[in-house]
Design a protein around this ligand. Structure first.
Ligand code: TMP
Length: 258
């Protein structure tokens, strides 16, 4: 890793300069944070699982025509991605009330929403990523109206697809967060790519039968068995192969890159 130039270090990932111009290497750490990094822990194996789960989902989304930054997985903790100009917005897509919307609007966790909701947050750690309206986005020039329409259309397509993907393995997709970036393709077209990651760090995933949480809320709320839950998601999606009667066989080596 030290061979490479570090471009950026976030709470759960590091970006290094890639082997070719226009590429980056995205490294998944085991670090977990919540409440804007007021709560921190190292969860052995989380980075390995998120690397694999995010790869799986990005490839599935590419298969239905969603343009993504993902190029290929390099090893246990790293993937090669296209370098994009990140749009400074987090796009939250909600199917069921949970988390901050319950606090904000006094809703009961698990209650149905009248329809799928899209929210935008301004990506600014110092401010705790506040929810913003389209008026704010346009006034401050974070994205254009055409870009926001594209973000909404892409997010709703991703939501439809992922609801089905997870329902197929007995998981309810409650909500999730997406990030997007601007990219100029080989023909000189300016396009928007899905960036960052999609993993149990960035989604709420509940078992359909029991409602058991299989996502980062286990860490946020001290429910325990965080990586076991992530591992269960990977197993159900078929990413980790299991032999009947045995435990999942993804060799998880903390702090190794290969
Ligand atoms: P929220 O209910 O806390 O606003 O979270 C909505 C969704 O976004 C949930 O699936 C978790 C995800 N999320 C992130 O990926 N990163 C974050 O920093 C936050 C606050 C939420």
């Amino acid at each position: 890793m030290s061979r490479r130039k570090k471009i950026y270090e976030g709470k759960a990932k590091i970006l290094y300069k890639g082997p070719r111009p226009g590429t980056l290497v995205q490294y998944f750490k085991d670090d977990a944070t919540a409440f804007n990094a007021q709560k921190k822990a190292v969860l052995n194996g989380k980075g390995v699982l998120n690397n694999r789960i995010s790869e799986f989902i990005m490839l599935k989304l590419a298969g239905i025509g969603i343009p993504t930054h993902f190029i290929k997985r390099l090893n246990m903790r790293e993937q090669l991605i296209k370098e994009v100009e990140i749009i400074p917005l987090e796009v939250i897509c909600r199917n069921v009330a949970a988390g901050s919307i319950c606090k904000m609007l006094g809703l009961e966790e698990g209650s149905a929403l009248p329809r799928t909701l899209i929210e935008f947050c301004y990506k600014k750690d110092e401010l705790g990523d506040p929810v913003v309206s389209e008026e704010h986005i346009f006034a401050f020039g974070w994205a254009t109206p055409a870009e926001v329409s594209e973000l909404v259309a892409l997010s709703l397509r991703i939501n439809d697809y992922l609801c089905g993907l997870f329902a197929g393995v007995g998981i309810r997709l409650i909500d999730f967060k997406l990030e997007f970036g601007r990219f100029v393709d080989e023909n000189g077209n300016h396009i928007i790519l899905l960036a960052d990651e999609i993993s149990p760090d960035s989604c709420r995933l509940w078992d359909i039968e029991t409602g058991r949480k299989l996502d980062k809320d286990r860490f946020r709320r001290d429910l325990g068995d965080v990586t076991a839950a992530y591992s269960e998601v990977a197993t159900r999606l078929g990413i980790i192969k299991t032999n009947p009667g045995s435990t999942p066989t993804l060799s998880i080596v903390p702090n190794e890159t290969q």
